[in-house]
Design a protein around this ligand. Structure first.
Ligand code: TRP
Length: 340
């Protein structure tokens, strides 16, 4: 695929984002944040705090969305997203995204939007079956505008977002075939660890599921969550042989414990019935706490500096808006609505 970005800069572009609806958790980290921290050196990276999208299912709760913008920004900075390398922006402050969404709505059918598996799941989860807000149903189209207005090549996201990128690619193909080559087809990039289970054993960690370990959890909160984690439900005594596969405690050990020998030893003894859950969990707590400690510290550095936080958002949003304006000029020209 030829890259239309190359005239502007040599590095390829990333666009990704999150709905500001609360704090971010370990699932977000393994799914997407980790890739963003890694790739910000080699890509021209834009990260969007998607408040417009958050309002599609929180329109009755604007205070929550507003307050969460700060939480999400702090989570970004805490994990090491560097505002001198990554442009961080607020979606609603870029009205060109809404404008592009309106044109994209002509290029998709209602049936196609409602067939999106992620949207389908969310409709069920949010009990929208009987009264589906039209704005919510259309959010994948708006997400296609988020991605393409920045002409992104790559979109680091959690596994659940892959259908969104697929739909974006379809819209790009349709747009380009009707109006000429304006956009590149973006690719999704999912983290090495595709999905982290919740502490309750649910296959997915989620805010709304109440089974998450947050990046901002204190040591005490972390300890309580880890010691109460779901393990192998069929194992009653420490002397019973236990199951390691699919056991959340061991999945977390594999992901977050850098001491691989310790993990192998624990697994071995767990399967033989010579280690108790408590020891396995205590060691997991240590590993997770070591992982979260520097994240908590960086968060603290920024937490009391509202001025700096505002500046990061303002500068990023301004820069992003200029890119969006440029793209919209190309779009208007291609669609023959560049009247004067
Ligand atoms: N839908 C994403 C989520 O729920 C958030 C998002 C909005 C996004 N716009 C985006 C992700 C553009 C990637 C690209 O987490």
């Amino acid at each position: 695929m030829d890259n239309k970005q190359s005239l502007l800069s040599d590095s390829k572009r990333i666009l990704t984002g999150d709905r500001p609806t609360g704090k971010m958790h370990l699932g977000h980290y393994v799914g997407s944040l980790k890739n963003r921290v890694k790739l910000q050196d080699s890509y021209d990276q834009f990260v969007m705090i998607a408040d417009v999208q958050a309002l599609t299912d929180n329109f009755e709760n604007p205070e929550k969305v507003r307050a969460s913008i700060r939480e999400v920004l702090l989570d970004y900075l805490a994990v090491g997203i560097d505002p001198t390398k990554t442009t961080i922006l607020i979606q609603s402050m870029i009205p060109e995204i809404a404008e592009l969404t309106v044109y994209y709505l002509n290029l998709v059918t209602l049936e196609r939007v409602l067939r999106n598996p992620t949207v389908k799941d969310e409709i069920k989860q949010k009990r929208f079956e009987k009264s589906l807000p039209a704005g919510f149903a259309m959010y994948p189209v708006s997400q296609a505008a988020d991605i393409t207005i920045f002409n992104a090549d790559l979109v680091p996201v959690g596994e659940d977002q892959v259908p969104m990128i697929e739909q974006t690619r379809e819209i790009v193909r349709k747009f380009n075939s009707l109006y000429g080559d304006v956009f590149v087809e973006p690719e999704a990039l999912v983290g090495e660890v595709k999905r982290l289970p919740g502490i309750d054993g649910n296959s997915k960690m989620g805010k709304s599921l109440g089974n998450a370990i947050y990046l901002s959890d204190s040591e005490e909160e972390l300890k309580k969550k880890v010691m109460g984690m779901y393990t192998d439900p069929t194992r009653i005594h420490a002397t019973d042989p236990g199951k390691v596969e699919g056991n959340p405690v061991f999945i977390y050990h594999d992901v977050f414990n850098p001491d691989k020998d310790e993990v192998e030893d624990l697994k071995d003894r767990y399967q033989k019935g010579t280690v108790g859950d408590v020891e396995v969990k205590e060691k997991l707590f240590v590993a997770l706490n070591d992982f979260l400690k520097p994240i908590r510290e960086r968060r603290k550095d920024f937490e009391n500096n509202s001025e700096e936080l505002n500046k990061i958002l303002k500068v990023g949003t301004e820069k992003a808006r200029n890119v969006a304006k440029e793209t919209m000029q190309k779009v208007r020209k291609a669609m023959k609505i560049d009247y004067f």
